[in-house]
Design a protein around this ligand. Structure first.
Ligand code: TXA
Ligand code: MG
Length: 340
């Protein structure tokens, strides 16, 4: 399949044409990648089972993992669900459009393969002008997982999508690099108290400010306790080389780097600016000074080390405050080893 690439960055005229062309293919039942504020999504008409199947095929995604549905307005979100608790109205008001996915009781309007047979559906309104314009023009709810091959780091640029999916999908709408860099927070809103199923772009502290108590899925907490050598089941977002997560000072990171380099390994290091400045290694990636910039740079860094053929990637462990919780969740899943 020849994959089209439309540019939605430059002048407004071309941008509208690009978005129209992408919307037309979405409506016609094709799988099309598009930018959001978090990562690129691979979209298809969520009411069309055959179209949604193309997503699973292109990504090599297991069929039992449900997809997030993207819509442009709160009204459209409510058209897909059978019940909206009052706290969801508050969260919608506070955080949409934005990186927050609401898991709510489904009314069955989406195809069965979107929800993987569950009676709930995850829906969000992305905070990205090209995505919102695309969703309005397509005029259908759009199911979209991250637009990477299953198991690879999520794509934060159209080049990342191209590297993974070129030839496997109908097109890519190129809106430049995404901003947040980690995926949306997935929040189970089918219970009296909301439960975080996946930490993401909206931090638990932010949610608590609006609705008071927020719970965290016990499955996530367990993972925090046993992150040493996660089995295949827990490995996602994987770079090609093994990734070690190291907690501690720059000196401690440097010791690990020396030790592994002496074994003849080519070692890459990724860390925040303050740490990376004090490290010597074959290849270094500065993730920026704040947790926000670390989130933005994370997946691109993992992909960069792939293309540079390092034998081992060593990454600094970050604080789990704010968006740090999402960053550490992804890193622990990617890591084969955690040195605390
Ligand atoms: O930021 C994002 O959320 C990106 C962009 C493209 O919007 N999308 C994304 O989709 O990360 P994906 O498919 O890579 O991750 C969706 C997550 C999975 O962990 C899935 O299990 C969960 O959301 N999910 C979706 N629907 C669900 C449901 N009904 N119940 C529980 N979990 C659900
Ligand atoms: Mg994904």
């Amino acid at each position: 399949m020849e994959t089209k690439r439309w540019f939605a960055i430059d002048n407004l005229q071309d941008k509208q044409e690009a978005i129209q062309a992408a919307a037309a293919l979405l409506k016609a039942g094709e799988a099309v990648a598009f930018p959001t504020e978090t990562v690129y999504g691979l979209g298809a008409d969520a009411t069309n089972e055959l179209a949604v199947n193309k997503i699973f095929e292109a990504k090599g995604r297991p069929q039992d993992n449900p997809l997030i549905v993207h819509v442009a307005t709160t009204q459209q979100l409510k058209e897909l669900v059978s019940e909206v608790p009052p706290y969801v109205d508050k969260l919608l008001e506070a955080f949409t459009p934005g990186p927050l996915t609401f898991v709510l009781p489904s009314n069955g309007r989406c195809a069965d393969n979107v929800t993987a047979g569950l009676d709930s559906v995850g829906v969000r309104i992305p905070d990205h002008p090209a995505a919102l314009s695309l969703l309005k023009q397509a005029a259908v709810p759009v199911a979209a997982p991250s637009a990477n091959l299953s198991g690879k780091p999520s794509p934060t640029s159209a080049d990342h999508v191209w590297a993974d999916l070129q030839g496997r999908i109908a097109g890519v709408l190129d809106g430049g690099a995404t901003g947040v860099g980690v995926e949306s927070t997935v929040l189970d809103c089918t219970q009296p108290i909301p439960i975080i199923l996946r930490p993401g772009g909206i931090a638990i502290e932010q949610l608590e400010q609006v609705v008071g108590t927020v719970m965290v899925d016990p499955g996530l907490a367990n993972e925090h306790e046993r992150p040493r050598s996660p089995g295949m089941k827990y490995r996602h977002y994987s770079p090609d080389a093994p990734l070690w997560l190291v907690k501690g000072s720059a000196d401690k990171l440097q010791q690990v780097v020396y030790k592994e380099s002496q074994k003849g390994q080519r070692v890459g290091v990724m860390a925040a600016s303050g740490t990376i400045a004090r490290i010597e290694a074959d290849l270094k990636k500065d993730l920026g000074a704040s947790l926000e910039s670390v989130a933005t740079a994370l997946y691109d860094a993992l992909r960069m080390f792939n293309s540079q053929h390092v034998d081992l990637i060593i990454c600094e462990a970050f604080s789990e405050e704010g968006i740090g919780q999402a960053v550490m969740n992804r890193l622990k899943k990617a890591a084969s080893h955690y040195i605390e």
